[in-house]
Write a protein that binds this ligand. Structure first.
Ligand code: ACO
Length: 437
């Protein structure tokens, strides 16, 4: 019992408290009883950016950042990437177990039959400017699905939730492909139900006048593997947004759009686009050492390096390197890979990066591989959002089923003015004194 309780001595009051640990963690609400008097609100924790706060219990994804381990529902990512299809992994992530053959057949059939967009959604996409960023179009169009499916608001109905899950996983590749076709001025291609999930995506992206699109099997497999690697990553920035917005009982389409907006930032899923920009800026292998020195001197960051959780090689980066080799066998080498490999080699030996435990993350090689496949850098984060939709939905379902969860609403430490009297406009010339605390 003793090791499950923590004692806190409050030197302000000389009181001591015995606080139980919950699965090894201290419940922040238990600190509330630590007061200096009846008017005291009680002790709060202060944790900007959630550096040391668990916001939920979760059974979906396990990461050991120090040892470079990633597992979905207990299965190592390496085994899943080698032996499964993305939709099989999606089922596992969402429902907790690998599907039987019958369950998988039904699941694939459901997803396949929810890939089409309503014609009004197609028209909605047509309204974007020719040079709109694909991620902006993706976020807005996913949000707009909420207007097409008002039943999605019924978030406490498990069957209704399942239907929106089919729709979202089915439609995100279609939306993603249409953002690309829109930016190229090409007509939209309807889904082809004969094709697998990645093949159909490639069909909607690249089919031109040929009667049937044939994806190269190595490229389709590489894309499927990339989708598996990106399916979930526990409580990252966008998953946290999905849960926070979902906690207000907003429908899953707007929640997913909000999560995708979080993903679009350059410190999160937007990093893969930034890696390519960085490699272009470096330009050639011989300029890598000078670039690394400029990063160390404080001029920007090495994009695709570092991670809040991984303080070791990101296991996904290792698998991506394997998938990239398969892609390059088909597409021929990419000169950017040489620069990336040199960057990695130099950074991994450099005291600055070693000391801070900065290793390549999932975004470091994915962009180079995507570019070799024919994607423009603006599409990279959209490619990330397709599989991550699975993780967001799994996190959302888990949050809704958790009796401990409520509307997400952090507290703050107020640092503004004390109460002060209104100043009429004609008397506002003199600046008020800045707050003293
Ligand atoms: N290049 C150079 N220095 C870095 C980098 C980097 N990529 N990342 C972190 N550092 C340095 C910081 O400057 C800091 O140094 P200091 O201790 O001297 O101040 C130290 O390493 C710790 O970094 P923090 O920013 O405190 O680490 P945090 O956990 O907050 O950030 C993050 C993680 C945002 C991923 C950061 O490493 C980064 O910005 N990387 C580049 C962007 C990137 O690749 N993002 C993709 C992440 S993976 C994903 O979201 C899918």
């Amino acid at each position: 019992m003793e090791d499950k309780v923590i004692s806190i001595a409050d030197r302000r009051t000389q009181a001591t408290y015995e606080l139980p640990l919950h699965k090894g963690a201290l419940r922040a609400m238990d600190l509330r009883q630590i007061k200096t008097g009846p008017d005291d609100f009680g002790l709060m924790t202060y944790d900007p950016a959630f550096m040391n706060t668990a916001s939920c219990e979760s059974a979906i994804t396990f990461i050991d950042g120090d040892r470079g381990i990633l597992r979905y529902r207990g299965y190592p990512i390496e085994q899943l990437a080698e032996k499964c299809t993305f939709l099989e992994v999606a089922y596992l992530v969402l429902f907790g177990e690998l599907p039987t053959s019958a369950e998988l057949a039904d699941w694939v059939d459901q997803i396949t039959h929810h890939t089409m967009l309503h014609e009004t959604t197609k028209k909605f996409l047509e309204g974007f400017r020719y040079d709109a960023h694909p991620m902006g179009m993706f976020i807005s169009t996913v949000a707009a699905l909420s207007t097409v499916y008002p039943g999605a608001r019924n978030v406490h109905d498990a069957e209704a939730r399942k239907l929106q899950i089919y729709r979202l996983i089915g439609k995100v590749p279609t939306i993603a492909a249409y953002t690309y076709r829109h930016s190229r001025g090409f007509p939209y291609v309807y889904p082809d139900n004969d094709l697998s999930y990645p093949e159909n995506f490639m069909n909607m992206l690249w089919k031109m006048a040929e009667p049937k699109y044939q994806a190269h099997p190595h490229l389709a497999k590489a894309l499927d593997v990339l989708f598996i690697l990106h399916a979930d990553h526990e409580q990252n920035c966008s998953a946290n947004v999905m849960r926070a917005v979902g906690s207000s009982l907003a429908d899953p389409f707007v929640c997913t759009a909000a999560a995708a907006a979080a993903l679009s930032g350059p410190l999160h899923g937007g990093a893969n686009e930034e890696v390519l920009k960085m490699i272009d800026e470096i330009g050639s292998k011989d300029r890598v050492p000078a670039y690394v020195e400029s990063v160390k001197a404080g001029h920007g960051k090495l994009m695709g390096f570092g991670h809040r959780i991984y303080k070791n090689y990101d296991p996904r980066a290792r698998i991506i390197k394997w998938a990239a080799d398969r892609v390059f066998e088909v597409t021929g080498g990419n000169p950017k890979l040489e620069i990336a490999l040199e960057l990695e080699r130099i950074a991994l030996q450099d005291e600055y990066f070693v000391k801070r435990k900065l290793y390549p993350n999932v975004d470091f090689y994915s962009g180079i591989m995507y570019q070799a496949m024919g994607f423009k850098p603006e599409m990279f984060t959209v490619l990330f959002a397709i599989p991550r939709t699975v993780g967001w939905l799994a996190q959302w379902q888990e949050m809704l089923a958790d009796p401990e969860q409520k509307i997400a609403r952090p507290r703050q430490i107020y640092t503004g003015h004390e109460a002060r009297d209104f100043v009429p406009i004609e008397k506002r010339g003199v600046k008020a004194a800045p707050p003293t605390r």
